[in-house]
Design a protein around this ligand. Structure first.
Ligand SMILES: N[C@@H](CCC(=O)N[C@@H](CS)C(=O)NCC(=O)O)C(=O)O
Length: 208
């Protein structure tokens, strides 16, 4: 399998999941919004992650689908596949929370100019400030859920934690308080940052 990623982007989640899965994989860095992504998957909108399954099927996109595929293809790794439909439902619910509720509220902070036609400094800061409020609101959902547990589902890391990791890093980078007001999220971040697989992927992506 081959993963196309941008260092530090949401594709960091699938990259970690591939590492945890024990899969034989390659990962290729592609700069943010690079034209090459459109060549790799012309039907898409030029975003990462893109997973080439190297099985004759079209590339797989959309982080939750990519993560679910990696977990289900490597059930022995126990990173999110399960015979229990209730456990699957719980993992899928958090994948969708991260994809649909948390990830999108970071966009107006990273690419603020896409979210307003007024590109004055004041207008851009106003949009980014509103987005930071939304980020805190969604992070609080996860913070409350993590009361008393380190990982998001169960007591060992899964694809949900892998997917949350880049977003926790973005919060640290983009909120003045970092994760200082969400101790459960800080604990999750620290547990993942200490994981050997995560550390290998971070080094491969050139991240600190
Ligand atoms: N719904 C997509 C969103 C992917 C996405 O937004 N990727 C970002 C990086 S985190 C990207 O490649 N952005 C490039 C752009 O917006 O031009 C998914 O879950 O995979």
């Amino acid at each position: 399998m081959k993963l196309y990623y941008t260092p530090g982007a949401c594709s960091l989640g699938p990259h970690i999941a591939l590492e945890w899965s024990g899969a034989d994989y390659h990962a290729e860095a592609v700069p943010f919004a690079d034209d090459r992504l459109k060549k790799i998957y012309p039907e898409g909108s030029g975003k990462v992650p893109i997973l080439d399954r190297e099985n004759g099927l079209p590339p797989l996109t959309q982080s939750p689908a990519v993560l679910r595929y990696i977990a289900d293809r490597h059930p022995g790794a126990k990173i999110g596949s399960s015979d229990s439909i209730d456990e699957l439902a719980e993992i899928n619910r958090w994948l969708v929370f991260l994809s649909a509720d948390l990830h999108p509220v970071f966009h107006p902070v990273f690419v603020t100019e896409r979210y307003t036609t007024d590109h004055t400094e004041d207008a851009l800061e106003s949009v980014a400030s509103a987005a930071r409020t939304l980020i805190r609101k969604e992070l609080d959902v996860l913070e409350r859920h993590l009361q008393g547990s380190i990982y998001i589902v169960g007591d060992s890391p899964t694809i949900v934690d892998a997917y949350a990791f880049p977003m926790l890093r973005w919060a640290q980078a983009k909120l003045p308080e970092k994760l200082g007001k969400t101790p459960n999220l800080q604990r999750l971040h620290d547990a993942l940052a200490a994981d050997p697989g995560v550390q290998k992927v971070m080094a491969d992506e050139g991240l600190e």
